[in-house]
Design a protein around this ligand. Structure first.
Ligand code: PEP
Ligand code: MN
Length: 328
């Protein structure tokens, strides 16, 4: 349930409502809005009796939240959420392009990547230092050494860093360096990682699982918001279907659906959806057309030599074409 306060409600009124919610054995979570505050009631197993709260001073109305996710729901928070990632605001009508290689591979590779991106006005760079790979024999990322290179690159080029935490154990390390922490598709339902992300103060980028429904994605997002971190951005990166011609099937319908259900920003990753660089630009155009908040796209200075995801990575010439077409 959502207890909406009137715009004249005082801080003491809100506190009284919070106490009343606690007294009933539930967990209150204030949700500040542009015009008024609401208090979301969490932790109830069944319906909550509105009569306990609707006559308290400062309460305007009690609304039953009909979705299983609450904090993530647009019912709870009608305005679009905007997430500030190192000075770049994602969501709320802004279009953001986060680009970079799949992984940090060497000093030379990551410096060339960052330089090329900075020259093109890209302010947020993606690159994994820890890589979740299907095969244990594939390149696993440079780990801590990769994080140190990322930190150097930020100092030199001023780009914000989006990099993945693949488990609970390396989250602290990643958190120290990242400007936004990515939780990858394979970890969308890693609940201890989601809880840890909920305790972080850094923005989180949560990617849709390989075969996750939108309800599952939004419930995973709920873990992070319920944990206290509302700097959250979602990412559609394609799901597994019967067709394997492309690596995954980009679910463009997820974008308007998530926009209806939730206030959170959602990016599209056309690279992991396509698996082949020649399909990245058309999918990116589609993402823009259906109202995504931006892209997470793989760009590599020399895709043929990439240690991971080279086949789907754009080189800088292709990236220029993408930027020109998006602008048009
Ligand atoms: C990635 O972004 O490089 C990645 C591993 O993506 P996903 O988790 O979507 O497969
Ligand atoms: Mn990748």
């Amino acid at each position: 349930m959502l207890i909406v306060m009137s715009h004249t409600a005082t801080a003491a009124d809100v506190e009284r409502v919070m106490s009343a919610v606690r007294a009933r054995g539930y967990d209150p979570k204030p949700v500040p809005g542009a015009e008024r505050t609401a208090v979301c009631v969490l932790g109830n197993k069944g319906p909550v009796e509105t009569a306990f709260f609707e006559d308290l001073p400062g309460v305007s109305q009690c609304i039953r939240v009909t979705r299983p996710y609450k904090l993530v729901s647009r019912e709870t928070h009608p305005e679009d959420t905007r997430v500030d990632v190192k000075g770049s605001v994602v969501g709320g009508g802004n279009w953001t392009v986060i680009a970079g290689p799949c992984g940090v591979e060497s000093r030379d590779q990551i410096f060339r990547s960052a330089e090329g991106l900075a020259q093109r006005g890209i302010r947020l760079m993606r690159a994994g230092a820890f890589k979740p790979r299907t095969s244990p024999y594939s390149f696993q990322g440079m780990g801590e050494e990769g994080l140190a290179l990322l930190a150097e690159v930020r100092t030199q080029f001023g780009v914000g860093l989006v990099t993945e935490a693949i488990d609970h154990e390396n989250f602290d390390l990643v958190e120290q360096v990242a400007d936004m922490i990515q939780i990858g598709a394979r970890n969308m339902q890693n609940f201890s990682l989601l809880r840890r992300a909920g305790r972080s103060r850094k923005p989180i980028l949560l990617k849709r699982g390989l075969a996750a429904t939108l309800d599952e994605l939004l419930m995973a997002a709920e873990y992070i918001l319920a944990g206290g971190n509302d700097h959250l951005i979602l990412c559609e990166r394609g799901v597994r279907t019967f067709d394997d011609y492309t690596r995954n099937t980009l679910d463009l319908s997820a974008i308007p659906a998530v926009k209806k259900l939730s206030h959170l920003p959602i990016l599209v990753d056309p690279s992991h959806a396509a698996g082949k660089s020649e399909y990245v630009i058309p999918l990116a155009m589609g993402a823009q057309a259906v109202g995504a908040d931006g892209l997470l796209v793989e760009v590599h200075p020399d895709p043929e030599r990439a240690l991971s995801d080279g086949r789907q990575s754009l080189d800088f010439k292709q990236f220029d074409e993408l930027l020109a077409r998006l602008k048009r």
